[in-house]
Design a protein around this ligand. Structure first.
Ligand code: FUB
Length: 327
């Protein structure tokens, strides 16, 4: 990567220039033009998840708030960005807090938003207040930019639902949701072990059993998408993480392992990806730890690079660059 440090394109309502201002939260919508990776240079953000809706790309990301030089996850909220042209981005003032889920202690880990029947469902990872370990919750809104409210008043997935597969307390993280062409929704998630289950049409309850999926060297961060007639399951592999992927002709598998999609991201032991098609192009959205001088695996930044499919449906290895999609 070449000098992936400063985004020179911040133009509008709020301009953050000093190091200490990096951790400030936006109080109102903030618009800026991205000119290189990382896309957002005034605050730290991890685990980007993207939604394409109505000619707009929405990016939902956890806010990394750990003060330098400390090294731990301090994540209390998720932020929302949108763009109609992949150049001019708006950060929306609304943030969803981990404590908006009354049954949760905090810890705004990875999440994803999906639209269904005109409502927007935000699946999140949080630490449960009374059931030891990580849990998955879901919030709902009439708008992709919120406000969102807890859709159940309880966790959708708790650690005790998967102890037959692994005894660790942090395996129930990193939800990704996919709606197949027949309208059936699926939730995928997991650390160490990848799981999936059907969702009911209300999007807030499981519709059947939890199935384990065996993927080589699987760590976490599943992302499911479809392109043409192939289903893709990409995921973080090993640690520090590379992103690998598998393909299938059926959402229920079997999944054909295809190897590495993205190498270890600069200065970050995690790499968490989202993959979208938008206005005829495909994009790989991920995080690295490249903001100078305090960026790291706990102060991460969103990057976007182009993604290219090959004739047989496989995906070309991603080239992480400073220029990204902005040249
Ligand atoms: O952001 C906290 C955790 O780091 C996420 O849940 C994982 O995917 C990894 O990126």
């Amino acid at each position: 990567m070449k000098n992936p440090f400063i985004n020179l394109g911040v133009i509008a309502l709020t301009i953050f220039t000093t190091h200490s201002s990096i951790l400030q939260a936006a109080q109102k919508d903030t618009t800026f033009v991205a000119t290189q990776n990382p896309v957002v240079s005034y605050k730290y953000l991890g685990d980007p998840a993207a939604l394409v809706h109505d000619g707009t790309v929405y990016i939902y990301a956890g806010h990394d708030e750990c003060p330098a030089p400390q090294q731990y996850y301090l994540m209390n909220e998720w932020c929302i960005f949108s763009t109609r042209d992949m150049k001019t981005f708006t950060e929306h003032a609304y943030t969803l807090k981990a404590t908006d889920f009354k049954w949760a202690k905090g810890e705004a880990w990875a999440s994803q938003v999906i639209e269904h029947n005109g409502k927007f469902y935000w699946y999140v990872t949080v630490e449960h207040a009374t059931i030891p370990g990580k849990s998955i919750g879901v919030a709902v809104s009439d708008s992709p930019i919120g406000p969102f409210k807890d859709a159940r008043g309880s966790a959708l997935i708790t650690n005790d639902m998967t102890t037959q597969y692994t005894s660790i307390a942090w395996d129930d993280i990193d939800p990704t949701v996919f709606i197949d062409d027949d309208g059936q929704a699926y939730l995928f998630w997991g650390n160490t072990q990848c799981y999936y289950a059907k969702l009911k049409d209300n999007m807030t309850e499981l519709d059947g059993p939890i199935h384990p999926i065996n993927l080589p060297r699987y760590t976490e961060a599943p992302w499911v998408h479809k392109h043409g007639d192939w289903y893709y399951l990409s995921f973080a592999s090993e640690f520090p993480e590379k992103i690998c992927y598998a393909m299938s002709k059926n959402i229920n598998g079997p999944w054909i392992y295809k190897g590495i999609l993205n190498e270890i991201a600069g200065n970050s032991n995690t790499n968490h990806q989202a993959i979208i098609d938008f206005k005829g192009k495909s994009y790989f959205i991920y995080h690295n730890g490249s903001i100078n001088t305090d960026g790291c695996g706990f102060r991460r930044s969103i990057c976007i690079d182009p993604l290219f499919y090959q004739k047989d449906g496989s995906i070309k290895r991603i080239q992480m660059t400073t220029e990204g999609i902005f040249k």
